[in-house]
Design a protein around this ligand. Structure first.
Ligand SMILES: [Fe+2]
Ligand SMILES: [Fe+2]
Length: 455
C-alpha cells in the first residue's frame, strides 16, 4: 500500500478572493479564452464601476459577478458541440467577438463554425437547423449557461445580487439579449459592466486597446447603456490603461481591487464548497459525467474513513476527489463526447486533462499538495499510466483511493461508446487491474463500501 502524503492545514491561509481568482483560469480554459481573461475583465470592469461612483458594497458585488461570469460556461459546451459539430472551445472563443445584432456577422459565424471537417451534406444539415431554430436554440444555450452560473454563485455562498448579475450577463440594453430579453435598467448594472468588460478584454488581445474601444462604442445603445460606455471611454482613454491591464502581476492587482473591509479568509468550509462547486462545473461539461466528480469525492472520503484516516484528512482528500478531473475543462467536447474510438491524437488530448488538473491546482496554496494527489489519478502502479508514468513507490495512498473510486464510477456510468456496467462487471474489471493499475487494499475497502450502495 502506498504511503500517505505529507499535508498540513497551515496551507489554508488564503483569502476567498484569491481562491476564486485562481480558479477563474479553469473557466478561461472552458471558454477557449487565453489565461487571465476573467481577471483582466475584472480589472476593466472594476475601473468602470469606480468611475461610475459605485459604493463599496456594489463594487464587491460587481467584483464577484465578473469573476464568476463564466461559472456556467461548461453547461452548454456539450450542446454547443452537438449543434455545431465543431470544437466547443474555439466556437465559444470566436462567438465572444460576434455582434449578435448584426445578421451578417451571425450568418458568417454560423457558416464558418458549423460542421468543420464534416461532409458537406452534414454541414448544410446543421446550418439549416441553426437557421430554422436559431433563436430558440440560442435562448436555450444562454439560459443553461446563465442559470447554471447563478446556481454556482449561490452554492458558493454569494448573495442573490451576485447570482442575478451572473444570470443576466448576456442581456442587452436594447432588449435583444438572452435569455430573457430584459431592457435597459431591468438589467442589473453589474451584468452590464461585466458584459462590457468581457467585450473590451476579448477585443484588446495583442495590445489592441483602440480596437477594443471601437467595438465597445459600436455597441453603445444596443448592447450597452450609453452611460456605461462613457465611463469606459473615460477610463480606457487614460494613458497606460491598457499597459496596466497587460502588465505582470495580474492576479495580485485583481486581489488588491477587492473593496476594503470585505475580504475574508477561506476556511475549511469554503474550501469544501468551492471544491464541490467546481466539481459540478466539471461534470456539467459532458452529459456523460453528470455527478461523477461529486461521487468520486464522496467515495474517496468514505474509503479514507474506513481506512482510519483522521477526520480532517478525510475531508481534505475528498476535495481531491471533487477536483480530480478539473483539467477536463480544457478538453474539447468534440473529443470528450465522441461516440467512437479516439484516434491517437485525440487520446493524447484527453490525457492532458490530468496534467491540467495539477497545473491549475498548483496555483492555489491550499490545494498545492492536493494538486499532485489529484493530478496522478491516471497513474498506474506498474508505471504504465499518465501523465508522468510514475510507478507504485511514487503513488501515494490518497491517489490510489481516488483512482479506484474514479475507475469504478466511470465503469458504472454510461459513456458515449458503451452502456453503463453493473457492479459485478465493474468489479471483475477492477479485479483484473489489481496490482497493475489499482491498489488491492483500496479495492477491498471500496468493495465493502460498494455493497452498501444502491446498485
Ligand atoms: Fe480523469
Ligand atoms: Fe474522473
Amino acid at each position: 500500500m502506498g504511503i500517505g502524503i505529507q499535508w498540513t492545514d497551515a496551507e489554508t491561509t488564503i483569502t476567498f478572493s484569491e481562491l476564486i481568482a485562481s480558479l477563474t483560469y479553469a473557466l478561461d480554459m472552458t471558454e477557449g479564452q487565453p489565461p487571465g481573461h476573467c481577471l483582466r475583465s475584472c480589472l476593466i470592469g472594476m475601473s468602470v464601476g469606480r468611475e461610475m461612483g459605485l459604493g463599496p458594497e456594489e463594487l464587491w458585488n460587481l467584483y464577484y459577478s465578473i469573476l464568476l461570469k463564466d461559472a456556467g460556461c461548461s453547461s452548454n459546451a456539450a450542446r454547443l458541440f452537438e449543434l455545431y459539430g465543431s470544437d466547443d472551445r474555439s466556437t465559444k472563443n470566436d462567438f465572444k467577438t460576434v455582434d449578435t445584432d448584426s445578421v451578417l456577422q451571425v450568418a458568417n459565424f454560423v457558416f464558418s463554425h458549423t460542421g468543420l471537417g464534416k461532409p458537406l451534406q452534414e454541414k448544410f444539415r446543421r446550418i439549416l437547423n441553426l437557421a430554422m431554430n436559431g433563436e430558440e436554440l440560442a435562448r436555450e444555450l444562454f439560459s443553461a449557461r446563465c442559470e447554471r452560473g447563478a446556481n454556482i454563485a449561490i452554492e458558493l455562498g454569494f448573495n442573490e445580487r451576485v447570482a442575478e448579475a451572473v444570470r443576466c450577463l448576456d442581456e442587452h440594453w436594447n432588449g435583444q439579449g438572452r435569455p430573457r430579453g430584459l431592457i435597459g435598467n431591468e438589467i442589473p448594472l453589474a451584468s452590464q459592466i461585466a458584459l462590457m468588460a468581457q467585450v473590451a478584454d476579448v477585443f484588446s488581445y495583442g495590445g489592441e486597446g483602440l480596437r477594443s474601444m471601437t467595438e465597445v462604442r459600436k455597441r453603445r445603445g444596443s448592447w450597452f447603456d450609453p452611460k456605461v460606455v462613457s465611463a469606459f471611454e473615460s477610463v480606457a482613454s487614460r494613458d497606460d490603461f491598457w499597459k496596466e491591464i497587460e502588465a505582470d502581476g495580474l492576479e495580485r492587482r485583481v486581489l488588491e481591487l477587492e473593496p476594503e473591509g470585505f475580504s475574508i479568509l477561506a476556511d475549511s468550509e469554503s474550501l469544501d464548497s468551492v471544491a464541490r462547486a467546481f466539481g459540478k462545473i466539471i461534470d456539467a461539461k459532458s452529459p456523460y459525467t453528470f455527478g461523477h466528480s461529486q461521487r468520486v469525492g464522496d467515495y474517496t472520503m468514505n474509503v479514507a474513513k474506513r481506512m482510519g484516516f483522521a477526520p480532517e484528512r478525510c475531508i481534505w482528500v475528498r476535495r481531491g476527489g471533487f477536483l480530480h478531473d478539473l483539467g477536463k475543462l480544457g478538453v474539447s467536447n468534440a473529443i470528450l463526447d465522441k461516440p467512437g474510438k479516439l484516434d491517437p491524437e485525440e487520446y493524447e488530448a484527453v490525457k492532458k486533462h490530468a496534467q491540467y488538473t495539477e497545473e491549475i491546482l498548483c496555483r492555489i496554496a491550499p490545494f498545492r499538495t492536493l494538486a499532485a494527489v489529484s493530478g496522478a489519478h491516471h497513474e498506474r502502479l506498474d508505471g504504465l499510466g499518465y501523465p508522468r508514468g510514475i510507478a507504485a513507490p511514487e503513488i501515494c495512498i490518497e491517489t490510489r483511493i481516488i483512482t479506484v473510486a474514479d475507475i469504478f464510477d466511470a465503469l458504472t456510468e454510461e459513456r458515449p461508446y458503451r452502456k453503463a456496467m453493473s457492479f459485478e462487471e465493474a468489479f471483475s474489471i477492477l479485479d483484473g487491474l489489481k496490482d497493475k493499475a489499482v491498489d488491492r487494499d483500496c479495492l477491498d475497502v471500496f468493495r465493502s463500501i460498494a455493497r452498501e450502495l444502491p446498485g
